[in-house]
Design a protein around this ligand. Structure first.
Ligand code: SAM
Length: 502
């Protein structure tokens, strides 16, 4: 494929019209592939999808086979469906050998419909998925990632409140930019890889989104500028060093260990407006003798409140194996030597395991910032963004002096529900647990007094009055009960179970 994907505005419009005319949209595409086909594709196999499309030569089937399944299609079918001459000239289509004979065309890129509950409804242009069974060869160093599970997770971690300005750092195919464009007035997207910017430009143009696209590394392209929201799914893979020309730029940085993650987080402080957020997902090293929480907290810019959520921890060999497979090395003669090289590098770093997780920080400019680090391998309800933001919103309330905490009125989170465990036939429960339905799906065990206070938190009476009322029912000394419950209630405020009513 040519390095520059140049389509004029008119050519983009012709392509968009052709895609729309074929109903190459999410619903129709998923329906055509079928559930088994989708699941098979998620396992990197095209066979079930090919079978679902068997016998069809309509435009939608042609587009799915061409762009998603990476299968060359008869030239006549492609010409009926797309402005093929434009796409051949731009290097987006190439002549190919047809398995059935006759002239055929192959797609040099993946182009697929993309959308979300937030109203995003467009197309993404990226490189073909290198792990698919139809892939031709390993990913090139300037491979442009498509919609990956990490991309989707980042989209769900990102708060969608309207903002003035947003930065999509390392935009790749432009997926985060499509979402950000829905709720920000000024959108900037950057990438170190010029090819990523070319493909992002096409994704955005096809999807009717405007952004300021800038080449360059990390925050260099936005020197001196600040944003209300920065989102990034950076190249976070911890891998042995490679020459710049050989590095898989979509996943590996030039810094040692998790140094690129550290820079993304630490340098965000200079580019966040007051109250602005950085949302990032990635990996951190578990290095001998250093708790992961301390390592990640050490990256935070001064004054920032943060919540870090560790979702998974892999030991060093498992981590290396995952990423060697991602690069298409599994089953190749190079595999064993590469694995040795990765593990020797990890040994030299003192790296024993790798954490995978999320970090959301707010530039609060607080003298004594709040940092929450959670090991949270449990199921969550996506999108989880609102829950993480609620934790940052709760910092001031959770620091109120006892008297102010007791004088304030609070409402229990609307999604909280109670679960009891009892011996069969017993009148009294063995355990009472409150659970949340949304976000992190937190839970907390409560005794009768705490449960009574929380159940009464409907925003009407001050907390202190509720504690006193419960004390009169249980026969507890009110002051003693308040002294026992207030620290627990403070923790529940910090975890956003209780929201202050003003
Ligand atoms: C994992 S991909 C994420 C792409 C997309 N934002 C997403 O959410 O799927 C990382 C992107 O960061 C880009 N990148 C790599 N190193 C970078 C750097 N130093 N500065 C800016 N972007 C970089 C890569 O080219 C790639 O497009």
């Amino acid at each position: 494929m040519a390095n520059t994907v140049t389509l004029s505005d008119a050519q983009v419009e012709r392509l968009r019209e052709a895609l729309a005319a074929a109903d190459y949209r999410i619903d129709a595409t998923l329906a055509a592939i079928g559930e088994a086909g989708q699941a098979d594709l998620a396992r990197n196999h095209t066979v079930a999808a090919e079978r679902a499309l068997a016998g069809r030569d309509d435009p939608l089937a042609t587009l799915i086979r061409l762009f998603i399944l990476q299968l060359p299609q008869p030239a006549a079918a492609v010409q009926r469906t797309l402005p093929a001459r434009d796409l051949l000239a731009a290097g987006l289509l190439t002549p190919a050998a047809s398995p059935t004979g006759g002239p055929a065309l192959a797609a040099a890129v993946d182009l697929r419909p993309y959308g979300g509950d937030d109203g995003v409804n467009g197309w993404l242009v990226s490189d073909h998925q290198a792990t698919l069974n139809t892939a031709r060869g390993r990913p090139r160093p300037d491979h442009v990632l498509g919609c990956s599970p990490a991309s989707v997770t980042l989209a769900q971690l990102t708060p969608r409140t309207p903002v003035g300005s947003a930065l999509d750092l390392g935009t790749g195919c432009g997926i985060q930019a499509l979402h950000l464009a829905r709720h920000c007035a000024r959108l900037t997207a950057t990438d170190l890889n010029p090819r990523a910017l070319e493909l992002a430009r096409l994704s955005l143009a096809l999807s009717g989104v405007t952004a300021d696209l800038r080449p360059g590394s990390l925050y260099e392209p936005v020197a001196g500028e600040s944003f209300d929201l920065i989102v990034t799914n950076p190249p976070f893979v911890i891998a042995p060093p490679r020459a710049d020309a050989d590095r898989l730029v979509y996943r590996e940085g030039a810094e040692a260990a998790d140094g690129l993650m550290r820079r993304v987080v630490a340098e965000s402080g200079r580019h966040l407006a007051d109250g602005g957020h950085l949302v990032v997902l990635g990996n951190w090293a578990h290095v001998r003798g250093e708790p992961w929480e301390e390592r990640v907290a050490g990256w935070l810019p001064p004054g920032a409140d943060a919540i870090a959520v560790q979702r998974e921890v892999l030991d060093a060999p498992e981590y290396a194996e995952v990423w060697l497979a991602d690069a298409g090395l599994q089953g190749t003669p190079d595999y064993r030597a590469e694995l040795d090289r990765w593990l020797a590098y990890f040994d030299a770093l003192g790296l024993e395991r790798v954490g995978l997780g999320w970090l959301v920080l707010r530039q609060s400019r607080r003298a004594d910032p709040s940092v929450t680090a959670l090991d949270w391998p449990y199921p969550v309800t996506q999108p989880v963004a609102a829950d993480l933001i609620a934790t940052l919103d709760a910092v001031d309330a959770a620091r109120l002096p006892d008297a102010a905490l007791a004088a304030a009125r609070w409402r229990l989170a609307a999604d909280a529900y109670q679960e009891t465990t009892s011996e069969p036939g017993a009148a009294d429960p063995l355990n009472v647990r409150l659970r949340r339905r949304v976000g992190l799906q937190r839970w907390t065990d409560v005794d009768a007094a705490l449960g009574g206070v929380l159940g009464a938190c409907d925003g009407e009476l001050p907390l202190g009055a509720l504690v006193a009322a419960v004390a009169s029912l249980t026969g507890d000394d009110p002051a003693a009960l308040a002294a026992r419950l207030l620290p627990q209630l403070r923790r529940l405020v910090a975890e956003s179970w209780l929201v202050r009513v003003v």
